[in-house]
Write a protein that binds this ligand. Structure first.
Ligand SMILES: NC(=O)c1ccc[n+]([C@@H]2O[C@H](COP(=O)([O-])OP(=O)(O)OC[C@H]3O[C@@H](n4cnc5c(N)ncnc54)[C@H](O)[C@@H]3O)[C@@H](O)[C@H]2O)c1
Length: 333
């Protein structure tokens, strides 16, 4: 199988690439424009480790360059693991966000239909496309919001930031192109992914950012009351899911799946701070600021659909995943 990994120098792309390599799965070409915060650093690591790396520096929002690459490489699977990651940045530069998260997927769909119609396209969407989900019944506890309900794919979409618009439009185009042109597409609506080789910032990658602040004794700025809850997913679990989808490609036509750590792996910002304090035996300084646009008080994925169709489920527990990641940050920063 020939696999085109777009965004292979980003956090998720890097980890998925490494996982596929470790399984000796497919002939891989990485395409990345190296615009991500840590892409150059990750590319250096990849090049040092894999002397035979096949890498092309391209911006896939440029249709002609992308089409030439696809006509030449003829991938049987395209992993769209690229994109602009932060809601905050989508507000600062809406055009860049639109190009990176929507136009790039539109270009990929066009190339898929014209040049490689039997190939699989896997796209990374986001839980942000469900909006603030204000109707959800939640209870406020001392350190977190709780709810009996998890969010499944039937929940209505509600785009309330440029990021949600670009991600949501791409997610919907993936479905429509599959339906009309009979293409094998799948979107994974992710909540928060974390793990080794994530070099998070204040804009995106809060688990990574909080641990880094703790290590360097920097005050953490919490936007909102810190009781926001997410079901966090370790990147190794996501890599395993992507491989499962590649193997099971017949079942993934035009599907969108909610993907996260599920109920067992849900935690609030304040919970994370306590976990880091306990592990590092320190006291962390933090202060509160206004809530950010597009933030959800509670988002925990209902994983029933993805579990039923693929048999996949998250294996890395929140405590083990976070503890290992803290060790990794201690060694690598
Ligand atoms: N990390 C998460 O928790 C999370 C959650 C939900 C959704 N996602 C989505 O997953 C995707 C990957 O996230 P990540 O955390 O790995 O981000 P990242 O910034 O670490 O990696 C993205 C990579 O894509 C590349 N890229 C961006 N635009 C490109 C373009 N036009 N052409 C070619 N390459 C391009 C960047 O250079 C970078 O290497 C993004 O689309 C993001 O929105 C991530």
């Amino acid at each position: 199988m020939k696999i085109l990994v777009i965004g292979g120098c980003g956090f998720i792309g890097f980890n998925v690439f490494e996982y596929l390599k470790s399984k000796n799965y497919g002939k891989i070409l990485i395409a990345d424009d190296l615009s991500g915060e840590s892409s150059k650093k990750n590319l250096k690591i990849i090049k040092e480790k894999h002397k035979d790396i096949n890498f092309k520096k391209i911006d896939i929002s440029n249709y002609i360059t992308l089409a030439n690459l696809i006509k030449k490489f003829k991938p049987s699977a395209i992993l769209a693991l690229h994109g602009q990651v932060a809601v905050t940045k989508s507000i600062k530069n809406t055009k860049k966000d639109l190009n990176s998260n929507f136009l790039s997927i539109f270009n990929l769909l066009e190339c898929l239909r014209k040049y490689v119609p039997n190939s699989v396209l896997i796209n990374l969407s986001s839980n942000k496309i469900y909006g603030p989900i204000n109707e959800l019944k939640i209870l406020e506890k001392k350190t977190k919001y709780i709810s009996k309900n998890q969010i499944n794919e039937k929940y209505p979409l509600n785009f309330d930031s440029p990021y949600a618009c670009s991600k949501g439009a791409a997610d919907q185009y993936m479905k429509i192109y599959s339906k009309i042109f009979n293409l094998k597409t799948v979107s994974l609506r992710l909540s928060c992914v974390y793990g080794e080789n994530q070099w998070g910032t204040e804009d995106q990658g809060w688990i990574s950012w909080f641990i880094k602040c703790a290590k360097f004794k920097k005050t953490i700025r919490i936007f909102g009351d810190g009781k926001q809850v997410r079901d966090v997913l370790h990147v190794n679990d996501l890599s395993k899911l992507i491989l499962k989808l590649l193997i099971k490609k017949k079942t993934i036509k035009g599907q969108s799946f909610n993907v996260g750590g599920g109920k067992k792996n849900a935690l609030s910002l304040l919970d994370l701070i306590s976990k880091i304090e306990k592990k590092l035996k320190i006291k962390i300084n933090y202060s509160f600021y206004n809530e950010r646009v597009g933030d959800q008080k509670y988002f925990v994925n209902d994983l029933s659909k993805i579990k039923k169709i693929t048999g996949w489920r998250p294996e890395v527990s929140i405590d083990k995943g976070i503890s290992n990641y803290i060790d990794w940050i201690e060694k690598n920063y």
